[in-house]
Write a protein that binds this ligand. Structure first.
Ligand code: CA
Length: 232
């Protein structure tokens, strides 16, 4: 059974989310504050997904996201935002979230988004048991088993699930431009509700991790009018 951490300070929304997830067969733990969510995560740790409200009374959802992400690269994180917090969505994603949902949302959208993230994560972990353990291009190796990128300097860069899936897609199509819409469909799934901008946000984060000069990328190259390609 997939285990979900729900952090939301408004009791009515929290209850709505918790009940609907439980009805769909998820095991749910709930927190009313960010501090509570972090401590639950530290104690139990085996969550598959965390749903984090952005605006919280103590530490906010972005801080919670950063702290969870520093403890786990594998947990899927969805930020819950209000309609007026458009720019916060982006900062939430840069802090390590995999997806965001705008309130209010319907029970079916909630369950669809959680299922979609679970599937994305499941697909990738299933692949980890496959025959090839790594893909190498030049001095860079994408380590599939450990889900990290090994650099010529001998560094091993840990990637989140989404970052890894993007890298795997680019690596498997070495040097070829991949359309943003294709990356979106491959990594987020054809049923994803969101916008292509989410691809750029994750690319920006990958560049921060991988490139020496993120503003002048030498590896994750923008192909104007198309998308991105990887060059080692
Ligand atoms: Ca709130």
């Amino acid at each position: 059974m997939k285990k979900i951490l729900v952090c939301e300070d408004e009791a009515a929304i929290r209850e709505f989310v918790v009940l609907n997830l439980q009805k769909s067969g998820f095991e749910v733990a709930e927190a009313a504050t960010g501090e509570e969510a972090v401590s639950l995560f530290e104690k139990q740790g085996d969550f598959d997904i965390a749903l984090l409200d952005l605006m919280l009374p103590g530490i906010d959802g972005i801080e919670v996201c950063k702290r969870l992400r520093s403890k786990s690269d594998t947990v899927g994180i969805i930020m819950l935002t209000a309609r007026t917090q458009e720019s916060d969505k982006i900062s939430g994603l840069s802090s390590g979230a995999d997806d965001y949902m705008t309130k209010p949302f319907s029970p079916s959208e909630l369950v669809a988004r959680v299922n979609s993230l679970c599937r994305r994560m499941g697909v990738s972990s299933a692949k980890n048991d496959g025959s090839s353990d790594s893909i190498t291009h030049g001095d860079y190796t994408l380590n599939i088993r450990r889900r990290c990128l090994e650099t010529p300097e001998g560094k091993s860069i840990e990637l989140t699930q989404v970052e890894f899936n993007i890298m795997e897609y680019l690596f498997s199509n070495y040097g070829q431009p991949i359309d943003r819409s294709k990356i979106l469909a491959k990594v987020w799934g054809a049923e994803y509700y969101g916008e292509e901008k989410i691809v750029d946000v994750n690319i920006r984060r990958l560049r921060m991790k991988i490139e020496q000069e993120p503003s002048e990328p030498k590896h994750i190259i923008t192909v104007w009018g198309r998308g991105y390609k990887w060059i080692s």
